[in-house]
Design a protein around this ligand. Sequence first.
Ligand code: ARG
Length: 431
Amino acid sequence: MSERPIWDKGGGAADERLMRFLAGDDVRLDQHLLRSDIRASTAHVNGLRRAGILDGKESAALAAALNELEGLVSAGQFVLDDRYEDGHSAIEAFLTQKLGDVGRKVHAGRSRNDQVLVATRLYLRDQLDRLVSTSLSIAEAFLVRAAADERTPMPGYTHLQRAVPSTVGLWCAAFTESFIDITILARSTREWINTCPLGTAAGFGVNLDLDRQGVSDELGFAQVQMNAMYAQNSRGRFEMAALHALHHALLEVRRFAWDLSLFATEEFGFVRLPDRFTTGSSIMPNKRNPDVVELLRASCAVVEGAMAELAAVLGLPSGYHRDLQATKEPMIRALSRGLKALDIVPDLVASMEFDRERMRAAITPAMFATDRAIELAAQGVPFREAYRNVAREIEAMRDLPIDESIANRTSLGGAGNLGLEQLRRRLAGLR
Ligand code: ARG
């Protein structure tokens, strides 16, 4: 660390080895939060002007320097490294180097405790916005495929055993509806966390009349997070909420990837993946492996691991503890990995090729047994009796009225009545 720590009081020299341990990878991770930190710093500066701590000239100079720093960061010309303890110190160092004493004024009324909270909050908000828009794209991609193969027969499974005739439409529209619900979850999570912790300082408030509401408004928050100690206590928990929404998306991606990896085997042969989604083997010349699909499936584990790590850090008493720094890495890891995985899904969904013949051929006579029992029940035979009668005749079932079987599933949401128009309207309502 070539910069002196911002908390240095001029005592003995800091121990390099311990300083490195304290910082860990923190300064590198702060690169993800730096632009949010700069944005919040500008709002803080404007708040200090309104509170009479900075005059107009000082706040304008600070805002201009922060704006310049933002430009450098966006252009990749300002990179955090171990010259600094963390991103917060780096911002103050930049301002001080530019503006001297005016730069040294920026930290009045704030602590790194509320600084990291607000930067994280803005970062999470952006990430949840991305989750919302990607989930919508995924829902749409599945809807397109559901509409295109609305009545294309596909065997339906429970317990991975052949059950009843189903359709590609039903399979795809299941994911459409799921990602509509995930969009709603991501959006409500964004609302839930959209509160401003800045101005709570170290967790007790400060002896200044800070314009917390004005700062909150400037940063686009729905309200201030009131209690200074609660603001600290929410660290990690709001991260958990965001990861929870992300987890739902990846649980569904994992399921879809599982389905695909089965359906793409030679044994099933229902789906073919385009070459660009597969890789070869280094030893087996015959192989084409669905590695992309498998890594999509594994992305869920990355998020789950991060959630477990976060939860483990959260066993703390009230207020700030440096332990909370350990929430940063799993949060960033899960969100980067998870959102990258989700970004691939619409393209994958659009590119699967169905083998309609293979799917039709895999629908066997016994799979019509349920239809038959229900038909008899509709004619007045008590269902349990019909069930037993059909069970006795299973071997004798011959004709395969696949399209009729599907068309007759008319109640809403069944294979013969997918309600795609309603799903389309729900989706449009979320856009
Ligand atoms: N890197 C620290 C974190 O992520 C910033 C806050 C430091 N605050 C403190 N009191 N040491 O928590």
